[in-house]
Write a protein that binds this ligand. Structure first.
Ligand code: URA
Length: 239
């Protein structure tokens, strides 16, 4: 069937590399090639999934949806806007900032580690929804020593003081005051509240995986990079 088409200047500006007015100027001066042919009009209709755009010889990413992996540091909010405090969007470079990215779920201000950012609302929903069965894995350091009783309580499904029922979760003892927690849901302060309910308040929390996607050791804290296609698939496939 017919593929939907969009304006060339719109598709190009979605890539975040130049403003719409800059793009119009570039088109007029013949610096944009569409499938090898100089574009002559910003309004020309193109199929973003089928064309190749070159701007001054450089390929332009025309994908509608973009997916980034951040190693979130402590001290920033995982929201898109705050009047006083730094957000994860403040950590992005100029191009990444123009992509309309938002964090997939939230990590607390003092939680570090793996955070996905995307402009794909459907994917975000599928990652967050417990029904999708995407596990989120955290390393916690607690005040106290987690033990087999805690492991059992997590596996049975905790009921918190305020009556909140948690889905069964996995607690693994990793030595001393640290443990690994795997949850399928992400309610407000979920992991902290689960461990606090066992008398083991969290001192430090780091997310290390979302589904089969693991935090990349080479990704410096506070930086963000685009996901590779096979990494995107790993989110929903933990094998
Ligand atoms: N659970 C928490 O308590 N905090 C987070 O940031 C993530 C999960």
């Amino acid at each position: 069937g017919m593929r939907p088409t969009e304006r060339l200047d719109k598709v190009h500006s979605d890539a975040g590399v130049a403003s719409r007015s800059e793009i119009r100027k570039m088109i007029r001066s013949g610096r944009i090639l569409v499938d090898g042919v100089p574009a002559n009009s910003p309004e020309s209709r193109i199929d973003r999934d089928a064309v190749r755009i070159l701007a001054d010889g450089k390929p332009v990413n025309t994908s509608r949806f973009r997916y980034c992996l951040m190693n979130k540091p402590a001290g920033v909010l995982s929201v898109t806007e705050d009047r006083k405090q730094d957000t994860v969007l403040d950590l992005l470079d100029e191009t990444q900032r123009k992509l309309g990215l938002f964090p997939v779920g939230r990590l607390d201000k003092d939680t570090r580690g793996l955070l996905l950012l995307t402009n794909d609302g459907d994917l975000a929903h599928r990652v967050i929804s417990p029904a999708s069965g995407v596990a989120k894995i955290y390393i916690a350091e607690v005040d106290g020593i987690p033990d087999e009783e805690d492991v059992k309580a997590f596996a049975e499904g905790l009921v918190l003081k305020d009556g909140l029922h948690c889905l069964p979760a996995k607690l693994e003892l990793t030595g001393g005051n640290s443990c690994r927690v795997t949850v399928m849901e992400g309610k407000y302060h979920q992991v902290k509240r689960m461990l606090a309910s066992r008398g083991k308040p969290v001192l430090q929390l780091q997310r290390t995986a979302i589904g089969g996607l693991r935090l990349d050791d080479s990704l410096r804290e506070g930086t963000c990079r685009e996901l590779k296609e096979e990494e995107l698939c790993k989110i929903f496939n933990s094998k």
